[in-house]
Design a protein around this ligand. Structure first.
Ligand code: HEM
Ligand SMILES: *[C@@H]1O[C@H](CO)[C@@H](O)[C@H](O)[C@H]1NC(C)=O
Ligand SMILES: *[C@@H]1O[C@H](CO)[C@@H](O)[C@H](O)[C@H]1NC(C)=O
Length: 342
């Protein structure tokens, strides 16, 4: 029996191989072609659970640290969301944002577009927990992406499955920050084309700005809508409220004088942001512009009416942003300390 089975098996392996060889070759070339094309897009080597072998607890450790930090200081989670935009939006998701000024590098954090960014010191807490478990294995770029993912979930946003395998830059791109990250008063066509250039459509852009449902804005970014005259597109009662929060036209930018962004639910990622825009209670000019531009306003109305739809679009756009042009394979490095190149 055993021999017959063995013979049968041998017979099949020869015949089958001859039959299957062309198929296998075809499959191989198709795979290579597809991979080649993906490589050009720079997204091929990100994968789900990239650290499964090299650091199986990596994602769990990040989630735990994000959660512990949130319990201590909830606004850390808000910072992780903004970090994702300011890192991935500039050139690539490569943790270039986290580099501090040192050794000939000038930090992207010094750009005016980074105004108000905070909690960078706590990235270290997350990185140190990972270094303890698996030294030099998990990139700072993946910490940026996953901490934002986990922060979004902690803040009542959607749960997002995210790929990993990003590597860290050896450079900082300070001069590119001002073209890649829009200003608070940029026009909507300009904002849309900036996001378009990294593959994010109008609907996705409207959803991403829903992140402004979270956190704070300093008076320096608002006062031009209040003084010398009140922006006529602002709801008058809301303008009065803002003037109480920002009583002078020339606030010292260092003074912590800020208006809560989404005063009803400032720590929840929900569609109140869009409801407020429809009531002319947007904080930044760019926020309010979403509701007045004919290309974006239909999406604002839809998101205001349907939190589930907002969350779906937000997830989709966050994924696009998080996969923008990553360094993979042997590009870049895995930083030991997120603040410095190795
Ligand atoms: C047109 C695009 C955008 C502009 C012009 C913009 C501008 C700003 C400005 C001026 C602030 C207030 C900073 C301060 O005064 O402290 C801010 C805060 C914030 N932005 Fe954006 N932003 C944009 C897109 C995004 C995107 C796509 C995200 C994330 C997906 C995001 C997340 C945040 C968060 C979470 C805060 C609050 C930060 C905190 O409270 O610490 N922003 N943004
Ligand atoms: C950057 O922001 C600071 C404080 O808001 C301001 O004093 C300075 O003029 C700004 N620089 C540029 C280049 O806009
Ligand atoms: C936008 O705001 C900046 C200050 O943040 C100011 O220097 C600039 O002139 C404003 N641009 C427009 C078009 O109003």
């Amino acid at each position: 029996m055993a021999t017959i089975r063995g013979q049968k098996h041998n017979l099949c392996s020869t015949t089958c191989l001859i039959l299957l060889l062309p198929l296998l070759l075809q499959f191989y070339s198709v795979t290579v072609l597809v991979r080649g094309r993906e490589n050009n897009a720079g997204q091929s080597d990100l994968q789900l659970n990239y650290y499964e072998q090299s650091c199986p607890n990596a994602e769990e450790i990040i989630k735990q640290e994000v959660s512990k930090l949130y319990d201590k200081q909830a606004n850390t989670a808000v910072s992780w969301v903004r970090n994702l935009f300011h890192d991935c939006g500039v050139k690539s998701c490569d943790a270039s944002l986290l580099l501090e000024t040192a050794n000939g590098i000038v930090s992207e954090q010094e750009s005016n577009r980074s105004f108000g960014m905070r909690n960078f010191e706590y990235v270290r807490t997350i990185k140190e927990a990972l270094e303890k478990e698996c030294p030099m294995t998990v990139s700072c770029a993946d910490i940026v992406a996953l901490s934002a993912r986990d922060g979004i979930a902690m803040l009542g946003g959607p749960r997002i499955e995210m790929k990993t395998g990003r590597r860290d830059s050896r450079e900082s791109y300070l001069t590119e920050v001002e073209t890649a990250i829009p200003n608070h008063n940029d026009s909507m066509p300009s904002v849309l084309s900036t996001f378009q250039s990294i593959g994010i459509d109008t609907e996705g852009t409207v959803a991403l700005l829903g992140a402004h449902s979270l956190g704070r804005v300093h008076c320096v970014n608002l006062v031009h809508r209040l003084y010398p005259t009140v922006d006529p597109t602002l709801d008058p009662d809301f303008a009065k409220y803002l003037k109480r929060r920002c009583p002078t036209p020339d606030p010292d930018p260092k003074v912590v004088l800020y208006a809560r962004k989404d005063w009803e639910t400032p720590m929840i990622l929900d569609n109140f942001y869009y409801k407020h825009l429809l009531e002319h209670k947007g904080l930044l000019l760019v926020d309010q512009a979403l509701a007045s531009d004919p290309l974006t306003s239909p999406f604002v109305e839809k998101m205001a009416a349907d939190n589930g739809y907002f969350h779906d679009q937000f997830s989709r756009a966050i994924l696009l942003l998080s996969e923008n042009n990553p360094l993979t394979g042997d590009q870049g490095e895995i930083r030991k300390d997120c603040r410095y190149v190795n």
